[in-house]
Design a protein around this ligand. Structure first.
Ligand code: GDP
Length: 205
């Protein structure tokens, strides 16, 4: 897929105020600093479509971008930043939960995970919650340039094994990416293209 246009549409904290065009939508979420903004900018070939954050935890909004006029990319706030107050955390959880449970055109959520780290509780719990609520997702490993190929393989296998020991019977779909090297870009965009085709075919039926 070529990215011909990538336009900011709206930011808010209320799923009811998200755009109501019936377009397929992909949400990007992960721990603060996981490399989400960099990945979004890499995918869209825009330098600062998503703001790379010097101040994690500050962008507490649901941000909609329209890509090529026919799908939405949604930049969700990073979770798990220690300096956000308890009250902020609860508010965050409420509107993010509402977003995932109510956004009917959400066709896939990309859960970003730093490939260097051991599986983290907060990510595993979130992935489990998505599964329990039948919300489709893929795992996107980030910062793969920081590891050698063997270590990438090993860490991906470790992560998948951890999930299979939980509620998962099948390994979730996953991508290995590096924003600084453009790695995984074609795979992600080809995947999105395929899901978009299926979405529009379904609409016509
Ligand atoms: P966000 O908080 O999840 O949006 O993360 P950012 O995109 O702002 O990235 C956090 C930090 O990780 C920044 O210092 C980035 O330069 C760095 N980073 C992001 N992606 C990559 C990557 O693919 N490779 C490397 N080496 N560093 C990355």
């Amino acid at each position: 897929m070529k990215i011909k246009s990538a336009d900011f549409v709206i930011s808010n904290t209320d799923v009811a105020k998200c755009p109501n065009e019936p377009l397929p939508e992909y949400a990007f979420i992960g721990r603060s600093n996981v490399g989400k903004s960099s990945l979004i900018n890499m995918l869209t070939e825009r330098k600062s479509l998503a703001k790379t954050s010097g101040r994690p935890g500050k962008t507490q909004l649901i941000n909609h971008f329209k890509i090529n006029g026919n799908w939405f990319l949604v930049d969700l706030p990073g979770y798990g930043y220690a300096k956000v107050s308890k009250k902020d955390k609860r508010t965050f959880q409420k509107y993010i939960t509402n977003y995932f449970l109510q956004r009917s055109q959400l066709v896939c959520s990309f859960v970003l995970v730093d490939i260097r780290h051991e599986p983290q509780k907060i990510d595993l719990e979130f992935i489990q919650w998505l599964g329990e609520n039948a919300i489709p997702f893929s795992i996107v490993f980030t910062k793969a340039d920081k590891l050698k190929p063997k270590a990438i393989e090993k860490n991906v296998a470790r992560y998948i094994t951890e999930l299979l020991e939980g509620i998962w019977e099948e390994a979730p779909h996953h991508f290995v990416t590096s924003s600084s090297k453009g790695m995984g870009r074609d795979e992600l965009l080809t995947f999105i293209d395929g899901v978009n085709d299926a979405f529009f075919k379904n609409l016509k039926q």
